[in-house]
Design a protein around this ligand. Structure first.
Ligand SMILES: [Ca+2]
Length: 325
Protein backbone atom coordinates (compact mmCIF):
# COMPACT_ATOMS: atom_id res chain seq x y z
CA UNK A 1 0.00 0.00 0.00
CA UNK A 2 2.81 2.35 0.94
CA UNK A 3 4.67 1.40 -2.19
CA UNK A 4 1.73 2.15 -4.47
CA UNK A 5 1.03 5.40 -2.73
CA UNK A 6 4.70 6.40 -2.97
CA UNK A 7 5.06 5.38 -6.63
CA UNK A 8 1.87 7.14 -7.68
CA UNK A 9 2.59 10.32 -5.79
CA UNK A 10 6.20 10.35 -6.93
CA UNK A 11 5.27 9.84 -10.56
CA UNK A 12 2.72 12.62 -10.49
CA UNK A 13 5.21 14.96 -8.82
CA UNK A 14 7.93 14.07 -11.35
CA UNK A 15 5.42 14.60 -14.16
CA UNK A 16 4.59 18.05 -12.79
CA UNK A 17 8.27 18.91 -12.43
CA UNK A 18 9.10 17.78 -15.98
CA UNK A 19 6.23 19.84 -17.31
CA UNK A 20 7.43 22.86 -15.37
CA UNK A 21 11.02 22.32 -16.52
CA UNK A 22 9.86 22.36 -20.16
CA UNK A 23 7.77 25.41 -19.51
CA UNK A 24 10.71 27.22 -17.83
CA UNK A 25 13.03 26.45 -20.74
CA UNK A 26 10.60 28.10 -23.15
CA UNK A 27 9.75 31.00 -20.89
CA UNK A 28 11.06 34.35 -22.06
CA UNK A 29 9.32 36.65 -19.61
CA UNK A 30 11.11 37.03 -16.29
CA UNK A 31 7.94 37.35 -14.21
CA UNK A 32 6.42 34.17 -15.72
CA UNK A 33 9.74 32.43 -15.20
CA UNK A 34 9.63 33.49 -11.56
CA UNK A 35 6.19 31.85 -11.14
CA UNK A 36 7.40 28.67 -12.83
CA UNK A 37 10.49 28.42 -10.66
CA UNK A 38 8.34 28.99 -7.57
CA UNK A 39 6.05 26.09 -8.65
CA UNK A 40 9.11 23.91 -9.27
CA UNK A 41 10.45 24.69 -5.82
CA UNK A 42 7.08 23.79 -4.26
CA UNK A 43 7.03 20.54 -6.23
CA UNK A 44 10.56 19.65 -5.12
CA UNK A 45 9.65 20.42 -1.50
CA UNK A 46 6.57 18.19 -1.82
CA UNK A 47 8.68 15.38 -3.24
CA UNK A 48 11.22 15.66 -0.41
CA UNK A 49 8.50 15.41 2.23
CA UNK A 50 6.92 12.51 0.41
CA UNK A 51 10.23 10.63 0.22
CA UNK A 52 10.93 11.10 3.92
CA UNK A 53 7.51 9.98 5.13
CA UNK A 54 7.52 6.87 2.92
CA UNK A 55 11.06 5.95 4.05
CA UNK A 56 9.92 5.87 7.68
CA UNK A 57 7.14 3.44 6.76
CA UNK A 58 9.38 1.25 4.61
CA UNK A 59 11.67 0.52 7.58
CA UNK A 60 8.81 -1.59 9.04
CA UNK A 61 8.17 -3.65 5.85
CA UNK A 62 9.60 -6.94 4.48
CA UNK A 63 13.11 -7.31 2.93
CA UNK A 64 12.07 -7.69 -0.75
CA UNK A 65 9.96 -4.63 -0.63
CA UNK A 66 12.73 -2.75 1.24
CA UNK A 67 15.23 -3.38 -1.58
CA UNK A 68 12.77 -2.30 -4.20
CA UNK A 69 11.86 0.79 -2.25
CA UNK A 70 15.54 1.66 -1.67
CA UNK A 71 16.14 1.53 -5.43
CA UNK A 72 13.15 3.76 -6.03
CA UNK A 73 14.43 6.08 -3.33
CA UNK A 74 17.90 6.27 -4.95
CA UNK A 75 16.29 7.25 -8.24
CA UNK A 76 14.25 9.85 -6.45
CA UNK A 77 17.30 11.33 -4.70
CA UNK A 78 19.15 11.52 -8.05
CA UNK A 79 16.15 13.19 -9.64
CA UNK A 80 15.90 15.63 -6.74
CA UNK A 81 19.56 16.64 -7.10
CA UNK A 82 19.04 17.16 -10.81
CA UNK A 83 16.01 19.32 -10.11
CA UNK A 84 17.76 21.36 -7.48
CA UNK A 85 20.58 22.29 -9.86
CA UNK A 86 17.98 23.06 -12.50
CA UNK A 87 16.19 25.43 -10.10
CA UNK A 88 19.52 27.03 -9.12
CA UNK A 89 20.40 27.62 -12.76
CA UNK A 90 16.97 29.07 -13.47
CA UNK A 91 17.21 31.38 -10.44
CA UNK A 92 20.63 32.63 -11.55
CA UNK A 93 19.29 33.30 -15.05
CA UNK A 94 16.41 35.27 -13.57
CA UNK A 95 18.74 37.34 -11.38
CA UNK A 96 20.91 38.15 -14.41
CA UNK A 97 17.87 39.17 -16.45
CA UNK A 98 16.61 41.29 -13.56
CA UNK A 99 19.97 43.03 -13.28
CA UNK A 100 20.07 43.75 -17.04
CA UNK A 101 16.51 45.11 -17.05
CA UNK A 102 17.26 47.19 -13.99
CA UNK A 103 20.35 48.81 -15.58
CA UNK A 104 18.46 49.40 -18.84
CA UNK A 105 15.56 51.14 -17.15
CA UNK A 106 17.90 53.19 -14.92
CA UNK A 107 19.74 54.26 -18.05
CA UNK A 108 16.53 55.15 -19.92
CA UNK A 109 15.21 57.12 -16.97
CA UNK A 110 18.50 58.84 -16.02
CA UNK A 111 17.88 62.51 -15.20
CA UNK A 112 21.52 63.50 -14.78
CA UNK A 113 25.11 62.24 -14.47
CA UNK A 114 24.49 61.00 -10.92
CA UNK A 115 21.80 58.62 -12.25
CA UNK A 116 24.31 57.36 -14.85
CA UNK A 117 27.01 57.06 -12.18
CA UNK A 118 24.92 54.56 -10.19
CA UNK A 119 24.72 52.35 -13.29
CA UNK A 120 28.53 51.96 -12.94
CA UNK A 121 29.34 54.72 -15.43
CA UNK A 122 32.42 55.94 -13.55
CA UNK A 123 34.63 57.38 -16.29
CA UNK A 124 34.47 61.12 -16.99
CA UNK A 125 33.40 62.09 -20.50
CA UNK A 126 30.46 62.68 -22.83
CA UNK A 127 27.32 60.62 -22.13
CA UNK A 128 23.89 60.47 -23.76
CA UNK A 129 20.85 61.24 -21.61
CA UNK A 130 18.08 59.21 -23.31
CA UNK A 131 15.15 60.99 -21.68
CA UNK A 132 16.35 64.38 -22.96
CA UNK A 133 17.81 63.06 -26.24
CA UNK A 134 21.01 65.01 -25.67
CA UNK A 135 24.68 64.58 -24.86
CA UNK A 136 26.11 65.84 -21.59
CA UNK A 137 29.60 66.09 -20.14
CA UNK A 138 29.91 64.13 -16.89
CA UNK A 139 32.67 64.44 -14.31
CA UNK A 140 32.60 61.00 -12.67
CA UNK A 141 35.94 61.32 -10.88
CA UNK A 142 35.55 64.31 -8.56
CA UNK A 143 34.71 63.00 -5.08
CA UNK A 144 31.85 60.53 -5.36
CA UNK A 145 31.36 61.37 -9.07
CA UNK A 146 28.03 62.13 -10.76
CA UNK A 147 28.70 65.80 -11.70
CA UNK A 148 27.01 67.25 -14.78
CA UNK A 149 29.06 70.06 -16.33
CA UNK A 150 26.89 73.02 -17.41
CA UNK A 151 29.55 75.54 -18.41
CA UNK A 152 33.21 75.33 -19.30
CA UNK A 153 35.96 77.76 -20.31
CA UNK A 154 39.35 76.52 -21.32
CA UNK A 155 42.28 77.49 -23.54
CA UNK A 156 41.29 76.23 -26.99
CA UNK A 157 42.77 76.34 -30.49
CA UNK A 158 39.85 78.63 -31.30
CA UNK A 159 38.07 80.26 -28.34
CA UNK A 160 34.27 80.00 -28.40
CA UNK A 161 32.48 83.35 -28.63
CA UNK A 162 30.37 83.89 -25.45
CA UNK A 163 29.02 87.26 -26.54
CA UNK A 164 25.72 85.86 -27.84
CA UNK A 165 22.02 86.68 -27.86
CA UNK A 166 19.09 85.47 -25.73
CA UNK A 167 18.12 82.62 -28.06
CA UNK A 168 21.65 81.23 -28.26
CA UNK A 169 21.98 81.32 -24.46
CA UNK A 170 18.58 79.62 -24.27
CA UNK A 171 19.51 76.70 -26.57
CA UNK A 172 23.19 76.53 -25.62
CA UNK A 173 26.34 76.70 -27.75
CA UNK A 174 29.96 75.55 -28.04
CA UNK A 175 31.44 72.05 -27.84
CA UNK A 176 31.29 69.68 -24.86
CA UNK A 177 34.94 68.72 -25.43
CA UNK A 178 35.99 72.36 -25.44
CA UNK A 179 34.13 75.49 -24.24
CA UNK A 180 30.34 75.58 -23.94
CA UNK A 181 27.18 76.95 -22.32
CA UNK A 182 24.65 74.14 -21.79
CA UNK A 183 21.59 76.33 -22.46
CA UNK A 184 19.18 78.12 -20.12
CA UNK A 185 16.22 76.05 -21.37
CA UNK A 186 17.91 72.83 -20.28
CA UNK A 187 19.29 74.44 -17.09
CA UNK A 188 15.72 75.29 -16.12
CA UNK A 189 14.44 71.74 -16.76
CA UNK A 190 17.46 70.08 -15.17
CA UNK A 191 17.58 72.12 -11.96
CA UNK A 192 13.85 71.79 -11.32
CA UNK A 193 13.94 67.97 -11.21
CA UNK A 194 15.77 67.72 -7.88
CA UNK A 195 17.77 70.02 -5.61
CA UNK A 196 21.25 70.38 -7.08
CA UNK A 197 24.44 71.55 -5.45
CA UNK A 198 26.75 73.58 -7.67
CA UNK A 199 30.51 73.76 -7.80
CA UNK A 200 32.73 76.19 -9.72
CA UNK A 201 36.36 75.23 -10.32
CA UNK A 202 38.55 78.11 -11.45
CA UNK A 203 42.13 78.77 -12.47
CA UNK A 204 43.53 82.28 -12.19
CA UNK A 205 46.31 83.03 -14.66
CA UNK A 206 48.76 83.89 -11.85
CA UNK A 207 47.21 82.81 -8.57
CA UNK A 208 46.31 79.22 -9.39
CA UNK A 209 43.25 77.13 -8.49
CA UNK A 210 40.13 78.23 -6.60
CA UNK A 211 36.74 76.70 -5.96
CA UNK A 212 33.31 77.83 -4.84
CA UNK A 213 30.33 75.63 -3.95
CA UNK A 214 26.69 76.50 -3.40
CA UNK A 215 24.35 74.17 -1.52
CA UNK A 216 21.59 74.78 -4.08
CA UNK A 217 21.34 76.03 -7.66
CA UNK A 218 18.08 76.50 -9.52
CA UNK A 219 17.16 78.44 -12.64
CA UNK A 220 13.58 79.66 -13.15
CA UNK A 221 11.53 79.74 -16.35
CA UNK A 222 12.11 81.77 -19.50
CA UNK A 223 8.89 83.75 -18.84
CA UNK A 224 10.42 84.87 -15.54
CA UNK A 225 13.79 85.67 -17.19
CA UNK A 226 15.63 82.51 -16.01
CA UNK A 227 16.09 83.88 -12.46
CA UNK A 228 18.93 82.45 -10.37
CA UNK A 229 18.20 80.78 -7.02
CA UNK A 230 21.33 80.01 -4.98
CA UNK A 231 22.00 78.22 -1.70
CA UNK A 232 24.84 78.74 0.78
CA UNK A 233 28.46 79.28 -0.18
CA UNK A 234 31.52 77.25 0.80
CA UNK A 235 34.95 77.44 -0.86
CA UNK A 236 38.29 79.25 -1.00
CA UNK A 237 37.43 81.75 -3.75
CA UNK A 238 35.20 84.17 -1.75
CA UNK A 239 31.46 84.32 -2.20
CA UNK A 240 31.15 86.42 -5.35
CA UNK A 241 28.09 84.66 -6.75
CA UNK A 242 25.55 85.40 -3.98
CA UNK A 243 25.46 88.99 -5.33
CA UNK A 244 23.63 87.44 -8.33
CA UNK A 245 21.07 85.47 -6.28
CA UNK A 246 17.54 86.31 -7.43
CA UNK A 247 18.73 88.17 -10.55
CA UNK A 248 17.28 87.51 -14.01
CA UNK A 249 19.39 86.62 -17.02
CA UNK A 250 20.48 89.47 -19.30
CA UNK A 251 21.85 89.24 -22.84
CA UNK A 252 22.75 92.12 -25.14
CA UNK A 253 19.33 91.81 -26.77
CA UNK A 254 17.30 91.41 -23.53
CA UNK A 255 18.00 93.76 -20.65
CA UNK A 256 16.77 92.32 -17.32
CA UNK A 257 19.55 93.80 -15.16
CA UNK A 258 19.25 96.43 -12.41
CA UNK A 259 21.50 98.91 -14.18
CA UNK A 260 19.12 101.71 -15.18
CA UNK A 261 21.17 103.51 -17.79
CA UNK A 262 22.42 100.64 -19.92
CA UNK A 263 22.76 96.90 -20.52
CA UNK A 264 25.47 95.08 -18.51
CA UNK A 265 25.77 92.35 -21.19
CA UNK A 266 26.67 95.00 -23.74
CA UNK A 267 29.22 96.60 -21.42
CA UNK A 268 30.86 93.35 -20.40
CA UNK A 269 30.54 91.24 -23.54
CA UNK A 270 28.61 88.16 -22.45
CA UNK A 271 25.18 87.25 -21.04
CA UNK A 272 24.81 86.61 -17.28
CA UNK A 273 22.61 87.02 -14.20
CA UNK A 274 23.63 90.67 -13.94
CA UNK A 275 22.68 92.96 -11.11
CA UNK A 276 24.44 96.33 -11.40
CA UNK A 277 26.53 94.71 -12.91
CA UNK A 278 28.56 91.81 -11.40
CA UNK A 279 30.82 90.28 -8.74
CA UNK A 280 31.27 87.10 -10.80
CA UNK A 281 31.18 86.97 -14.58
CA UNK A 282 32.04 83.53 -15.96
CA UNK A 283 30.77 84.25 -19.49
CA UNK A 284 33.21 87.12 -20.10
CA UNK A 285 35.84 87.34 -22.81
CA UNK A 286 38.58 84.71 -22.72
CA UNK A 287 41.76 86.48 -21.48
CA UNK A 288 44.21 85.59 -24.25
CA UNK A 289 46.50 88.24 -22.80
CA UNK A 290 45.28 88.48 -19.20
CA UNK A 291 45.46 91.57 -17.03
CA UNK A 292 43.43 92.61 -13.97
CA UNK A 293 42.29 95.95 -15.38
CA UNK A 294 40.04 94.56 -18.13
CA UNK A 295 36.58 94.16 -16.63
CA UNK A 296 35.28 92.18 -19.63
CA UNK A 297 37.43 89.15 -18.95
CA UNK A 298 36.17 85.98 -17.23
CA UNK A 299 36.15 87.24 -13.65
CA UNK A 300 35.43 86.31 -10.03
CA UNK A 301 36.00 88.92 -7.36
CA UNK A 302 37.95 87.55 -4.40
CA UNK A 303 38.53 89.01 -0.94
CA UNK A 304 42.23 88.89 -0.18
CA UNK A 305 43.89 90.43 2.86
CA UNK A 306 41.00 92.80 3.43
CA UNK A 307 40.65 94.03 -0.13
CA UNK A 308 38.73 92.90 -3.21
CA UNK A 309 40.72 91.72 -6.19
CA UNK A 310 39.44 90.32 -9.47
CA UNK A 311 40.53 86.79 -10.32
CA UNK A 312 41.16 86.60 -14.06
CA UNK A 313 40.28 83.10 -15.10
CA UNK A 314 41.80 80.99 -17.84
CA UNK A 315 39.87 77.85 -16.83
CA UNK A 316 36.36 77.48 -15.44
CA UNK A 317 34.15 74.44 -14.89
CA UNK A 318 30.63 74.84 -13.51
CA UNK A 319 29.01 71.57 -12.52
CA UNK A 320 25.90 70.29 -10.78
CA UNK A 321 25.07 67.25 -8.74
CA UNK A 322 21.91 66.22 -6.86
CA UNK A 323 22.18 67.23 -3.24
CA UNK A 324 22.77 64.25 -0.94
CA UNK A 325 20.58 64.15 2.16
CA1 LIG B 1 19.70 97.78 -17.72
Amino acid sequence: MFKNLFVNTTQSVIGAINRLENQAAKESSVSNLEDTVKEMQDAVDGLSENTLSVRDSVDDSGDGMKVEMRMLQDRMVAKLDELKSSVDLMTRRMDEEDEKLNLLSLNLLAQDCQDLYVTSANTSGVYFLQRFGRKVLCDMEDGEGGWLVVQRRIKAAQQVDFNRDWLEYKTGFGELESEFWIGNGFLHVLTNQKTYEMKVEMLDYEKGAYWASYSAFRVGSEEDGYPLDLGNYTGNASDAFTYHHGRKFTSYDRDNDLYDVGNCATFFSGAWWYDRCYDAHLNGIYPSTPDRQNASFITWWAHEEGRKVPLVLTEVTVKLKPKQD
